[in-house]
Design a protein around this ligand. Structure first.
Ligand SMILES: *Cc1c(COP(=O)(O)O)cnc(C)c1O
Length: 377
């Protein structure tokens, strides 16, 4: 995966596992502080990480009252209150819910608990980097099925890919970075085509942005019907605006799956402020939905304006758009960076001309549009 630079361990290489020495690095992008320092700028427009520009519900601050006085104590290792709140919101058993230090950590736990050298994992390309990096860290082979030329999931190619033996099928729906959505009919067909003993992981980091569409599947209901192992990943980092706190969760097919992940989990993997904030955010659905509504309206405005500037914009069900440029993505991203605008240039083979632009506040989106219009003159 070229989202990244292979490590050069030189003389040290022999000491670490071969899988680690060859592992690509996750491209986490630059922070606001780093861009400010590097270019000596004051205002930064950060549209590289798909955050909610409106931030979390005001209920989070209220939930933190008195928190400073409790910081001397360890958090609840089992995150019991939060897991109960999640279980209630999803009408599932608390034993089937696992929380992680970001859903990223849960992807890592899945890889550590289920994958050994030589196992096969099927995902998509372009992909969320960690769907590929963590399996490879464990020595698994990753088969990444490219999206179609129209930037949609390639159902025929996916069906073919899951007919061969595989341990895990893992992808995000809607997709990061493409933004495309797999319908219920396609998801059903894909699940049925998978070997019965394969683990299916559907990463729903952007579910809240897609679920208004009647074609967006209730993956859990579809999976439940099949009586096979599955994990659905959700996060508080996107729609709920809590990216800084690192908290996400997994809904699982059974207590057994949750318990397997729990065995490899660090005991105090989520911190006290994050547990409290997540519960408070979950209780304020109205606030979240309002952010979604504004975000979707802005996304549609951005997509239209970008198309008018001559770019191909993939249809999106997310809080970002994936855009094909005529020049190299890295060059374009660098030119924007000099103006204090952070976007994400894609680096996977075949997608080096694509950039992902998160949807920000209306004025931030205008800044991007003006800069792009300027640059393409
Ligand atoms: C952002 C993102 C995550 C990471 O979420 P955290 O909970 O912040 O770790 C996971 N999967 C996908 C597809 C994402 O885009």
């Amino acid at each position: 995966m070229s989202d990244s630079v292979a490590l050069s361990f030189s003389g040290h290489k022999a000491l670490c596992r071969a899988e680690v020495s060859m592992l690509p690095r996750y491209n986490a992008g630059l922070s606001e502080d780093e861009v400010r320092r590097r270019y000596n700028l004051t205002t930064i427009v950060k549209l590289g990480s798909n955050e909610n520009p409106y931030g979390p519900s005001p209920q989070v601050k209220a939930g933190w009252a008195g928190l400073a006085d409790r910081l001397g104590r360890y958090p609840d290792a089992g995150a019991a209150l939060l897991r109960h709140d999640i279980a209630r919101a999803h009408m599932t058993e608390v034993e089937r819910v696992l929380v992680g230090n970001g859903s990223e950590q849960i992807i890592r736990l899945i890889a550590e608990a289920y994958l050994s050298s030589g196992d096969r994992v099927v995902t998509v390309r372009p992909a969320f980097g960690l769907h590929e990096i963590y399996p490879r860290m464990m020595g698994a082979e990753v088969d990444a099925v490219p999206v179609t030329a129209e930037a949609t999931f390639d159902q025929a190619a996916l069906l073919a890919a899951v007919k061969k033996p595989l341990k895990i099928l893992m992808f995000s729906n809607p997709s990061n970075p493409v933004g495309c959505m797999m319908t219920g009919a396609d998801l059903s067909e894909l699940i049925e085509a998978c070997p019965q003993d394969a683990l299916i992981v559907v990463d729903e980091a952007y579910r809240e942005y897609a679920e208004e569409d009647p074609n967006y599947p209730d993956a859990r209901a579809l999976l439940e019907k099949q009586g096979r192992p599955w994990i659905i990943l959700r996060t508080f980092s996107k729609a709920y605006g809590l990216a800084a706190l690192r908290i996400g969760y997994a809904l699982t097919s059974s207590e057994e799956v949750a318990s397997v992940l729990d065995t490899v989990r660090d005991p105090f993997n989520t911190n006290m402020p994050a547990q409290i904030a997540a519960s408070a955010a979950l209780a304020d659905v109205a606030y979240m939905k309002d952010c979604i509504r504004k975000g979707i309206a802005e996304r549609e405005r951005m997509a239209k304006a970008l198309r008018e500037l001559g770019f191909f914009v993939a249809p999106a069900w997310t809080n970002f758009v994936f855009v094909r440029t005529t020049q190299g993505a890295a060059q374009l991203a660098d030119a924007l960076l000099e103006r204090g605008i952070i976007i994400k240039p894609w680096k996977e083979p075949g997608f080096e001309n694509w950039v992902r632009i998160s949807i920000g506040l209306p004025e931030e989106n205008d800044t991007v549009l003006h800069a792009l219009a300027d640059l393409s003159l």
